[in-house]
Ligand binder design. Structure first.
Ligand SMILES: [Zn+2]
Ligand SMILES: [Zn+2]
Length: 384
């Protein structure tokens, strides 16, 4: 039997403060704990990038890391302390955010976003008497939502996006929101939020011009949608890993291949690669030359899928698999296309890659949106 290690109170404090320093370092790196339940958090392991430790707080703090286990729960490990600090910081920041918002409170038209608005009478609502406004630009009359509400809403939506792209079902997301905020949201509302806000975000990010490199990869793989087989195509920039474009088609003849490459060219805002790497599919050679011109270097190889393509595309396919469960439940090719488009945005703009030194492909391609700590929240705000 292993006897628990005895530690004196002062020694315990010293050992814990050592771990507290490491906890701050975890947060400073941007490895924020992820709440997956009311009292359960995931903290990335600092030695193994693929690993996450589970910190729980049911009366007492526990962590499943070796350090915590080794000390028989008598020392608060760096993971637990990073959650504690994180929760404290979050509280403070909430207050700060609301305060700043109150101080710089601007009423904007809810149709054209102009600040050229004037007060125009009051309106009785369930929440009491509220000020009405009229927009001098477009003539819209509106009653703005109270600030606290607006802030909560964008927070909930940012949280929704975060959980959704991490693979939680809409029901689980509704459940989490209820546990954290005590707000009941139907799971169909969650899906509507995702669709509405992703459409705005996609529209915004697709206008940005990525500085893509000279070598692109193109591949296609079979996917099953509601029992039927389709082809899922990806065009990826080799240097930045920016996913230039994707498509879903029923066939993969000359016609579809050309259409897919044309779309990639359009999505890259007309930029031509100097080299295109594809597998040995027979429809590639003529389609590649047709779309990108005779001077294009086409690296065309039956065996290349294993040697090159998969390495570069692996990251993206990893992202894809996270949403695989949802993809399998897709009811139509239209929903699959929508989902594909959403995943592209998530992959390019939100997800940081360890292979890119913690940067996103968009940042690698010279698009810096300064998304800060809450990446979803900033992206939503910028897209509205
Ligand atoms: Zn731990
Ligand atoms: Zn207006």
């Amino acid at each position: 039997m292993v006897r628990p290690m005895r530690i004196g109170e002062i020694e315990k404090q010293n050992l814990e403060s050592l771990r507290k320093v490491r906890a701050f370092a975890i947060l400073a790196k941007g490895d924020t704990p992820k709440a997956i339940g009311k009292e359960t958090f995931l903290v990335p392991s600092q030695s193994d990038r693929e690993k996450r430790y589970t910190v729980t707080h049911n009366g007492e703090w526990r962590c499943n890391c070796p350090d915590f286990q080794k000390n028989h729960g008598m020392l608060l490990c760096k993971h637990i302390q990073s959650v504690q600090i994180f929760l404290k910081l979050r509280e403070k920041e909430d207050i700060l955010e609301i305060k700043t918002e109150l101080e710089t409170n601007e009423i904007r038209c809810d149709r054209c976003n102009s600040i050229n608005v004037i007060k125009r009478g009051k309106r009785k609502t369930k929440a009491g008497i509220r000020q009405r406004y009229e927009c001098k630009e477009c003539g819209r009359r509106f009653t703005p939502e109270p600030i606290k509400h607006r802030k909560t809403n964008s927070k909930l939506i940012a949280l929704t996006m975060d959980l959704y792209f991490k693979g939680l079902s809409t029901r689980k997301i509704a459940d989490t929101i209820y546990q954290f905020y005590g707000i009941k949201v139907d799971h169909t509302t969650i899906m509507r939020w995702i669709n509405t806000y992703m459409a705005k975000i996609n529209g915004h990010v697709n206008k940005l011009e990525p500085n893509v490199g000279e070598i692109w990869h193109n591949d296609e793989q079979k996917i099953n949608i509601n029992g039927e087989w389709f082809y899922s195509w990806n065009t990826l920039d080799s240097d930045s890993r920016f996913l230039i474009s994707n498509a879903i088609t029923k066939e993969r003849s000359d016609f579809e291949t050309k259409a897919v490459l044309k779309k990639a060219k359009r999505m890259a805002h007309g930029i031509n690669p100097r080299a295109m790497i594809t597998d040995g599919m027979p429809s590639y050679p003529s389609a590649v030359k047709d779309v990108f011109g005779e001077d294009i270097i086409h690296v065309y190889n039956v065996g290349i899928r294993d040697r090159i393509n998969n390495n570069v595309l692996e990251r993206y396919h990893g992202t894809y698999r996270e949403r695989d469960k949802v993809m399998r439940a897709l009811d139509s090719v239209e929903t699959a296309r929508q989902m594909n488009e959403n995943l592209r945005t998530y992959y390019n703009f939100i997800r940081k890659h360890s292979a890119l030194n913690g940067m996103t492909p968009a940042e690698m391609a010279g698009i810096n949106l300064n998304l800060g700590r809450n990446r979803w929240m900033s992206l939503i705000t910028q897209s509205l």
